[in-house]
Design a protein around this ligand. Structure first.
Ligand code: SF4
Length: 716
């Protein structure tokens, strides 16, 4: 180097970019990841749904890629010390296979269960179902989406013959003259979606929100109905009663496109507005204004979300709003309809391809002989070898380790110790297992109980597809390889499958020859396309190239050269007679009502800066700063009665357990109701309190209402 000369610097590696989607919720906002000098940045990306916007969770998602708590080696529980210790992949997978063989050698194949997640890619959800049904040959598989969207799914299937969260593009929300949100708080759960609501109101549209709390979304509404928790169905029945009384029902639509209306007419006849007001607390004038706004609008949309759905009568509650939408002639008209705002990242695709207890790929029923024959043909196994239906998630979790229940559980993409209702009981069930295996990239509360922990790749480290809340199939693109020592879920399933099949005398030679399950997501997607062909959720015509060329593709899409389906129901419904089906439903009380010992309603939900069980978002510094801890929201009048000050720790006690967190005083909640977010574990675990009563049709637990008392901490 000569005097004054600058040192020559070798050019670093060129920055890498990947056009992908956020790892969190069902809006699946488009984003660009850019890696430079080992650091990954999140950049905005124009995508039709989020139009460049992201919420705080999306902007900070890359911070977990190199997080110091990231798992990078398998862990095995040491029998002597009881501690989790690092182990090789061979040792860990051998332990899993031995454990599975040991429990299956006794009571049989169903001694092993699999629990999946609504955040897994379509390829993983598909592979998990195939792994359970063929490699394990157990009927016991279900997933945490059962806790999220299952009631809307069941209501959609019985009314429309199909379950697609939004049967129309998200942009339709901006065109609606009246938009009714029931139990939905997108301003906190999906902030970029609020742009569509803003556009709707700027066009002169009316936004009406039904929610027991004055949420961030309710504050933006033209009208907020604030019913007592658990009375949404009575509100729906009253709205339809008013629509009938005031001649707002679309008789031509009902006659031409539906069946069963007379039963519904009779069922809502008894729901005159004053009766609904007495039960729900929603004033008659507000009920009438809502019915008129919906019934006189040229375009109207009714959306439900978890607030209406997470009840032991969730399917009937959603059905009440579907009935209203059908009576007003909304489904199938542009800018109009009924939809469900799906929650988890792949809440839609995750419930279509086989990780549900009763389901085979393509939204086929596992008890349908034709469906079994088709999928068995794709898999190359005899149809009679496929197990029958299992049981819904809560029943499955609650049977673990019991004399008649599974003795081993493999968990992928879920944290039931925090997210299951009556969580202390489920935690006990997990502890009773002979073998608990958890695949995750962080040591979640569930992984901390495991006998074997398998470190997995994150979303930016693997390719795959997700299906967003509109039924639009999207590409998730890898930015970089997983760190050394980490494997993808698909690679883990492929390796386990090969090990299990190799020495399974009951498997046919064709299956054992393999490779039966590929670790390559592109190969798995091609197989998924064939397995879903002809099913309700038909992906046969969707290729990764097609997704790349068109910002995704909407199912059903049976033909690679034919159109996809952004909008359903324009001409007919996918039912045997092409008509939508009304179902008469009747309000019933919550599974647990308030009483002298437990005089308050308890309801749970989310906050803006946290996601689901919080395993990921609680470890992101910016999100932790924004929402550092759980809280119990109380009305100031109630706090006054209890002698509780803002910030003071309180105990919420139900018949099943208790949680402790600081009180947050707010007039946004009814004085007879308390609220807590469910993102935290330990003493602040809201699900220690929640009720495990489930909907008889969907298996959805009643997260949204139970009876509690609130005490100052220190008082017994
Ligand atoms: S709204 Fe959902 S998908 Fe979009 S950035 Fe936030 S968490 Fe991610």
């Amino acid at each position: 180097m000569t005097d004054g000369a600058r040192p020559a610097t070798a050019p670093g590696p060129a920055p890498r970019e990947a056009a992908t989607h956020c790892p969190y919720c069902a809006l699946q906002c488009g984003m660009t990841l850019r890696e430079e000098d080992g650091r990954v940045a999140v950049l905005p990306r124009q995508f039709p749904t989020n139009r460049g916007g992201l919420c705080q969770k999306g902007w900070t998602a890359a911070e977990l890629l190199d997080h110091p708590e990231r798992l990078t080696t398998p862990l095995l529980r040491d029998p002597a010390s009881g501690e989790l210790r690092p182990a090789s992949w061979d040792a860990a997978l051998s332990r899993v296979v031995e454990g599975i063989r040991a429990v299956q050698s006794g009571p049989g194949r169903d001694a092993v269960a699999v629990f999946g997640g609504g955040g897994l890619t379509n390829e993983k959800a598909y592979a998990l179902g195939k792994f359970a049904r063929v490699a394990l040959r157990t009927r016991h598989i279900d997933y945490n989406g059962r806790f999220c969207m299952s009631s809307a799914a069941a209501a959609g299937m019985r009314a429309f013959g199909v379950d697609r969260g939004l049967p129309f593009p998200l942009s339709d929300l901006g065109r609606a003259d009246t938009l009714l949100l029931v139990g939905a708080n997108p301003a906190e759960t999906m902030p970029p979606l609020v742009r569509w609501l803003t556009e709707q109101r700027q066009r002169g549209g009316k936004l009406i929100v039904v929610d027991p709390r004055v949420t961030a979304t309710a504050r933006q509404a033209d009208l907020h109905l604030q019913p007592l928790p658990g009375t949404d169905l009575a509100v729906a029945s009253a709205l339809l009663h008013i629509a009938l009384t005031e001649g707002l029902v679309d008789k031509d639509y009902v006659a031409a496109r539906t069946t069963g209306f007379e039963d519904v007419r009779r069922a809502v006849a008894g729901w005159w507005p004053a009766r609904a007001e007495a039960l729900s607390g929603v004033p008659v004038a507000d009920l009438e204004a809502t019915a008129r706004a919906l019934g006189t609008a040229e375009r109207a949309v009714i959306l439900t979300a978890r607030g209406a759905e997470q009840h032991a009568k969730g399917v009937d509650t959603v059905t009440g709003y579907v009935n209203l939408a059908l009576a007003l002639g909304l489904p199938g008209r542009p800018g109009s309809g009924y939809g469900c705002l799906t929650g988890q990242g792949n809440g839609q695709g995750g419930r279509e391809h086989g990780q549900k207890a009763d389901q085979l790929p393509g939204y086929r029923r596992i008890d349908d002989p034709a469906a079994r024959a088709h999928v068995a043909g794709v898999w190359g196994v005899p149809a009679e070898d496929l197990p029958g239906p299992g049981v819904p998630a809560y029943r499955l979790l609650d049977s673990l380790g019991t004399p008649d229940g599974p003795k081993a559980l493999l968990v992928f993409g879920s944290n039931p110790v925090v997210s299951a209702p009556r969580a202390a009981r489920i935690e006990g069930r997990l502890r009773d297992l002979d073998l608990l295996v958890v695949a995750d990239f962080l040591l979640s509360e569930t992984a901390a109980l495991a006998d074997v922990v398998l470190p997995t790749a994150q979303w930016a480290e693997e390719d795959g597809t997700m299906t967003n809340l509109e039924g639009r199939v999207l590409r998730r693109r890898a930015l970089r390889e997983p760190p050394p020592g980490v494997r993808t879920d698909l690679a883990i399933l492929a390796d386990l499958t090969a090990r299990l099949l190799r020495r399974d005398p009951a498997q046919s030679p064709g299956v054992k020859r393999g490779p039966f399950l590929s670790p390559d997501p592109a190969v798995v997607f091609e197989e998924l396309r064939r397995a879903s062909a002809g099913g309700t959720a038909d992906y046969a015509g969707i290729t990764w190239e097609r997704i790349d060329a068109h910002d995704g593709a909407y199912w059903p899409c049976p033909d690679p050269d034919g159109p996809d389906t952004p909008r359903l129901f324009a001409e007919h419904f996918p039912t045997p007679d092409g008509r939508a089906r009304f179902h008469a439903v009747e309000h019933r009380p919550a599974a647990e009502e308030v009483c002298a010992a437990y005089p308050l309603h308890f309801t749970t939900g989310r906050v803006l800066a946290q996601y689901q069980s919080g395993t990921q978002t609680r470890r992101v510094p910016a999100l932790r700063r924004a929402a550092p801890e759980a809280f119990v929201e109380l009305h100031p009048d109630l706090a006054d009665r209890l002698g509780v000050a803002d910030g003071e720790p309180v105990r919420v006690v139900s018949r099943r357990g208790e949680m402790v967190a600081p009180a947050r005083l707010s007039p946004a909640i009814r004085p007879d109701t308390v609220f807590a977010p469910f993102h935290w574990g330990g003493a602040a675990r809201a699900n220690s309190v929640t009720n495990d009563a489930v909907d008889p049709v969907s298996g959805m637990p009643e997260f949204k209402i139970c009876a509690v008392r609130v005490e100052k901490v220190g008082r017994s």
